[in-house]
Design a protein around this ligand. Structure first.
Ligand SMILES: [Zn+2]
Ligand SMILES: [Zn+2]
Length: 396
């Protein structure tokens, strides 16, 4: 049921006439019995203005082009980025905006040239749906660092699709080029696997880049959506994990996730006791904070990867702390498509998923407020079956 789903607001791109679309696009829609011509409507939730909150919307999804995969979405994780984007906190956002880039579902239609996915297969989409495909980063499988035209899963201009603004996964379906579609192992709970597509890969990639292995010691700063994944993935890689937290209330939770040690970062004695004990630190805190005490916990040739992007300036880094131990201070952004697939397969092998709280569409706004308050263990996931269907709306 979709009681009260309002008339769709203006779409970012006008809904093409179905007959025209079928005529001009005939070559790309032939070849699969499962296809029907023309775009389809998806029920969705999104923002119509920075202060609108999330409201029921309807979005047009293009008919699959030759290389496209249409996905019937089952679950979509709620990321902090979604909150920032829908509330206009990053500026430049266009409305209506349908967020969501931790998407899991099943293939419902295939473009004529797609022979490596099958109808009904469980798949996922993460933070990007296209990139230039020709810069050095793209050619190296590091599409997230595309030098020319990274296309985010929502709120981005999609050059290869008439410059339409992309709309994300709080919706019943999405159409994505097959090169940006991941295979989701059937053995993993589809709701709990959704956050791997952003939070999971964002923490896996730097650990993988640092070649963390059995016996290494990994430090994790912050125990939210990203931090809890960093703990689980580092443990699965065979590392010993030390969690830094500002709150003694989180000690038990950290140990439940598998942390070998928990350090109260506000306690100078505890920080001093951790001196030269860690190989690599994954810092997930998105607020301004002093990194110098953390550098002192690193061993020679250690590294600190900062994943959060604070709004305010960070306190200055003391170069001496880096120089004396040849420490690398690095950043990292999600992961490439191949690496994301590798991460999903790794998580299937080791039984790693996110700890999630599944919510329905009518709980989205409350979930956003709770996310901002840090009141979630550790990721909300939207059950997309609660969105209803645009067909029901049309019948109403
Ligand atoms: Zn995200
Ligand atoms: Zn590129």
């Amino acid at each position: 049921m979709t009681p009260g789903r309002p008339v769709p607001p203006p779409l970012a791109k006008p809904l093409p006439d179905l007959d025209t679309a079928a005529n001009t696009d005939a070559s790309t829609t032939a070849g699969s019995a499962a296809q029907t011509a023309g775009p389809t409507l998806a029920a969705a939730y999104g923002a119509t203005a920075p202060d609108s909150g999330l409201v029921p919307l309807t979005v047009s999804r293009r008919a699959p082009k030759a290389d496209d995969v249409e996905i019937a979405i089952e679950f979509c994780g709620l990321c902090h980025s979604d909150v920032h984007a829908t509330r206009g906190e990053w500026g430049g956002d266009t409305y209506p905006l349908i967020p969501g880039h931790e998407i899991v579902g099943r293939v419902s239609r295939l473009g004529s040239d797609v022979d490596d996915f099958t109808i009904g297969e469980r798949v996922g989409v993460g933070c990007m749906v296209d990139s230039c495909r020709e810069c050095d980063s793209c050619l190296d499988g590091l599409e997230q660092y595309c030098e020319k035209a990274l296309v985010g899963t929502y709120g981005a201009k999609d050059a290869r699709n008439d410059g339409a603004i992309t709309q994300g996964g709080y919706a019943t379906s999405i159409v994505v080029d097959r090169n940006y579609v991941l295979r989701v192992p059937e053995t993993l709970d589809p709701a709990a696997v959704a956050p791997l597509l952003c939070a999971g890969i964002t923490t896996y990639s730097p650990l993988n880049h640092f070649e963390v292995e059995e016996g290494d010691v990994v430090g994790v700063v912050g125990l939210g959506g990203l931090g809890h994944m960093a703990v689980k993935i580092a443990k699965a890689m065979g590392a010993k994990v030390k969690v830094f937290t500002t709150s003694e209330n989180k000690f038990a939770a950290a140990r439940e996730l598998g942390a070998d040690d928990v350090i109260l970062s506000t306690d100078p004695a505890a920080m001093e006791a951790a001196n030269r004990s860690i190989d690599v630190i994954i810092d997930t805190v998105a607020a301004s904070h002093d990194l110098n005490p953390y550098f002192r916990t690193l061993r020679l040739d250690g590294a600190l990867f900062q994943l959060g992007l604070p709004e305010d300036a960070m306190p200055p880094v003391n170069p001496g702390a880096l120089i004396r131990r040849r420490i690398a201070y690095a950043g990292s952004l999600i992961g490439g498509i191949a690496e994301t697939q590798e991460m999903l397969d790794f998580c299937a092998e080791h039984g790693v998923v996110s700890d999630v709280e599944v919510v329905g569409a009518d709980q989205l706004n409350e979930a956003y407020d709770r996310m901002v308050a840090g009141d979630v263990k550790y990721r909300f996931v939207l059950d997309v079956s609660t969105l209803g269907s645009p067909a029901e709306k049309a019948d109403a």
